[in-house]
Design a protein around this ligand. Structure first.
Ligand code: AMP
Length: 588
C-alpha cells in the first residue's frame, strides 16, 4: 500500500494548510490519482463512491483553479440531493478555509429561491447544486455561466436514477466549450457513458484497482450508531469484551487526538499514534503498548502500518476506512500468531453502504450487532467485580478487614448485605444512563440490496405498510416511543399523497421515493407505503413533512416526466374536488 502525501501533489500552501487543519494524514487512493489528473487539466471520469474521499478529490483541484479576485461564477458541482449539496459545500468550504475571498454556495430544491437569488447576487465562485434548481437559476439568469471553467457531476449515476438526465444534459450544453468536465460515478450505466462521450474531451479514467487480498480469519461485527454516541458505544464494547490490547482506527490525525482525549477522560489507558508525532514520542507510545501499560492504541492507517504486536485481541474501526484494502490491513492487526481476533466497525448513516462494499470485495462476513445496553454492561461489570472478590476471598488474609466490618455493623444500623452492595456499586464506577437510546438497529449488509445506495428505501416491504416497524433483534413491535427514538413514524401521523404517474409510465417505487426524498430533503427512511397502480401512485409521508414535500415537488420531474402531486383524501382516494394544478415546469 503506497502512501502519497498531500505535499507531493503540487498543491498551493493554502490547500496544504487546509488538509493539515482537517487532520488528513495522507491522500486517499482515489485522491492520489484523481488530483494530479485534474491538475494537468484533463477531463476525468472517477469511479468512486462516498466515503473514499472523493469530495476532496474533485474539490481540491477545483479550488486551485478559482480566481478569488474574480467574483463571477467559475465552477459548478451538480449532485443528486440537497443533503449531499450541503455536505459537499461544507467540505469544500473547509478546504477553502485559508483561501481568502472564495465563496461556495449550495443551491437545492426545497429551499427558498428568493434567499438563494440574494446569495447568488452577492457573488459566489463555486455553486453546488441539484440539477433542477441550478437549471432554474440559469433560466432566471441568476446563475450566469459565461466564466465557468469547471463542472463536476458528482454521483452521476444517482442523478440519472433520480430522473435528472435531461437536466444534466441541458446544463452541460449551455456551459462554455472551453472547460474542464469531471464526473464521479460509482457505476457506469450506458446513459452515463453517453454523457461522457457527448460532453467530455478525452477523459482520463480513474479508479482504484483492487488487489486480491487474503482476509484474515477474524470475527467481524458492525454497529449502526449516531455520531454523538460513537465514544459511548466504543466504551461499552471495550467494557463488554474487555480486550487486553486493542487498536482503534480513525481516519484523521485530528480524530485520533480527540478520541484519545475522550477515552483518557473516561479512565481508559489509551494513547494515540499518528504522523505528527516525533520518533521519540512514537517509541514511547509503542513501548507502552507492547508492555501492556497502554491497553488501547488509537491510530491512523499510515501510523499503524509499522505495528508489530502479536496479542492484539480486537480491532475497532471507529471510522470506516476510505479504502477496502485498508479494512483488510486493519483487521489483520488482530488474530495474529494463531490467536482468535475480533473486529468491530462503527457505521454512521450512509457508511453502511461503504461497509457493504467492503464485505463484497473482501468476500467476508460482517455481522450486524445491537449496541450493548447498559444492563448488559452492568451485568458484565458485576460479574468481573465478583470474580475479583472470589479470588480475594480464596487468596488473601482478610482478618483485619473482617474486624473493621464487624465494628461497623455494631456501630451503625447496616446489614452486611447493605455494606456489600454499597461497596459493589462503588467498585463499578459511575454509570451514565442517560447518554444513549439503545434503538440503533444494525441491518444485515446483505439486506441492504433492498435499499438504495443513498439509504433510500426502494420497496415497501422493509417495514410493512404505513411505516409500522418491527424490531428485528427482539421479534416484537416497537413501541411508539421507540419508534420516535429510531425515527420511524406510525400510521396515524402519516399523510397520503397522490402522484399522477404509475407503472404504465415505466416508474418504480424507487423513482417515487428518490424524488420525494431527494427534492424535499426528508430522510428516505421516514417515507411510508408506496402503493403503485397503473397510472397513479399513493405515497405516505409523515404529516409534519407533507407541505414540505408538496412544495418541493411542485416543479419536480420523475424520470424526466412532469408530475403532479397532491394530497389524497383520507380514505385513500385522491382529493374529491379534482386536481389542483400546481404549475408546470414550463411556467416556472
Ligand atoms: P467523501 O468520500 O468525500 O464523502 O469523504 C468521506 C470523509 O473522508 C469526509 O469526512 C472527508 O472529510 C474525509 N476525508 C477526505 N479525504 C481524506 C483523507 N485524505 N484522509 C482522511 N480523511 C479524509
Amino acid at each position: 500500500m503506497e502512501t502519497i502525501r498531500f505535499e507531493e501533489l503540487q498543491l498551493s500552501d493554502a490547500v496544504l494548510r487546509a488538509v493539515a487543519d482537517m487532520g488528513f494524514e495522507a491522500a486517499s487512493p482515489i485522491q492520489a490519482q484523481a488530483i494530479p489528473a485534474q491538475l494537468e487539466g484533463h477531463d476525468m471520469i472517477g469511479q468512486a463512491q462516498t466515503g473514499t474521499g472523493k469530495t476532496a478529490a474533485f474539490g481540491i483541484p477545483l479550488l486551485q483553479k478559482i480566481d478569488a479576485e474574480n467574483r463571477k461564477l467559475q465552477a459548478i458541482v451538480l449532485l443528486p440531493t440537497r443533503e449531499l449539496a450541503i455536505q459537499v459545500a461544507e467540505e469544500i468550504r473547509h478546504l477553502a478555509k485559508f483561501m481568502h475571498g472564495i465563496r461556495v454556495l449550495p443551491v437545492y430544491g426545497g429551499q427558498d429561491i428568493v434567499r438563494q437569488i440574494r446569495a447568488l447576487k452577492d457573488g459566489a465562485q463555486v455553486v453546488i447544486g441539484t440539477p433542477g434548481r441550478v437549471m432554474d437559476h440559469m433560466r432566471r439568469k441568476t446563475i450566469r455561466t459565461d466564466q465557468v471553467h469547471t463542472v463536476v457531476l458528482d454521483e452521476a449515476d444517482e442523478m440519472l436514477n433520480m430522473g435528472f438526465l435531461e437536466d444534466m444534459e441541458t446544463i452541460l450544453s449551455q456551459l462554455p466549450q472551453e472547460r474542464q468536465t469531471v464526473m464521479f460515478s460509482a457505476t457506469m450505466p450506458p446513459a452515463i457513458a453517453d454523457i461522457a462521450k457527448k460532453f467530455q474531451n478525452n477523459p482520463v479514467m480513474v479508479r482504484v484497482v483492487k488487489k486480491e487480498l487474503t482476509v484474515p480469519e477474524v470475527t467481524q461485527y458492525y454497529y449502526e450508531v449516531k455520531p454523538k454516541n460513537k465514544v459511548e458505544v466504543l466504551c461499552r464494547l471495550m467494557d463488554l469484551y474487555s480486550p487486553k490490547l486493542s487498536v482503534v482506527f480513525c481516519n484523521t490525525k485530528k480524530g485520533v487526538d480527540e478520541l484519545v482525549q475522550a477515552l483518557q477522560g473516561r479512565g481508559y489507558f489509551a494513547e494515540g499514534l499518528h504522523g505528527d508525532l516525533k520518533q521519540e514520542q512514537r517509541d514511547r507510545v509503542m513501548n507502552g503498548f507492547r508492555n501492556g501499560r497502554t491497553e488501547i492504541l488509537v491510530a491512523t492507517d499510515v501510523a499503524a502500518r509499522g505495528i508489530d504486536v502479536d496479542d492484539v485481541e480486537a480491532v475497532f474501526n471507529y471510522d470506516i476506512p476510505q479504502d477496502d484494502e485498508y479494512y483488510v490491513h486493519r483487521i489483520g492487526r488482530t488474530g495474529r500468531a494463531g490467536r482468535v481476533g475480533k473486529a468491530f466497525s462503527l457505521v454512521v448513516g450512509k457508511e453502511v453502504y461503504k461497509l457493504r462494499e467492503i464485505q463484497r470485495y473482501c468476500k467476508t462476513k460482517i455481522i450486524p450487532q445491537a449496541i450493548p445496553s447498559l444492563d448488559d454492561i452492568t451485568d458484565i461489570k458485576v460479574e468481573k467485580t465478583l470474580d475479583q472478590v472470589r479470588e480475594l476471598l480464596e487468596t488473601a488474609d482478610l482478618s483485619a478487614m473482617i474486624n473493621v466490618v464487624e465494628q461497623k455493623l455494631i456501630e451503625e444500623d447496616y446489614t452486611a448485605l447493605d455494606l456489600a452492595a454499597a461497596l459493589l456499586k462503588m467498585n463499578m464506577g459511575e454509570d451514565n444512563e442517560d447518554i444513549i437510546d439503545n434503538f440503533e438497529i444494525a441491518r444485515s449488509l446483505d439486506e441492504l440490496d433492498r435499499f438504495g445506495r443513498n439509504g433510500r428505501r426502494y420497496g415497501r416491504e422493509e417495514y410493512g405498510r404505513n411505516g409500522y416497524g418491527r424490531d428485528s433483534r427482539r421479534g416484537r413491535r416497537r413501541s411508539s416511543a421507540e419508534d420516535a427514538a429510531v425515527g420511524y413514524v406510525t400510521g396515524e401521523d402519516m399523510a397520503r399523497l397522490f402522484v399522477n404517474i404509475g407503472k404504465n409510465q415505466g416508474i418504480t417505487p424507487g423513482d417515487i421515493l428518490g424524488a420525494v426524498a431527494g427534492e424535499s430533503g426528508i430522510p428516505g427512511r421516514v417515507v411510508g407505503s408506496i402503493d403503485m397502480y397503473d397510472s397513479y401512485t399513493f405515497v405516505d409521508v409523515p404529516r409534519k413533512y407533507s407541505d414540505q414535500v408538496l412544495n418541493a415537488m411542485e416543479h419536480a420531474k420523475i424520470k424526466g416526466k412532469n408530475v403532479r402531486i397532491e394530497r389524497a383524501n383520507e380514505n385513500g382516494g385522491r382529493s374529491g374536488h379534482g386536481f389542483v394544478r400546481r404549475g408546470s415546469r414550463k411556467n416556472r
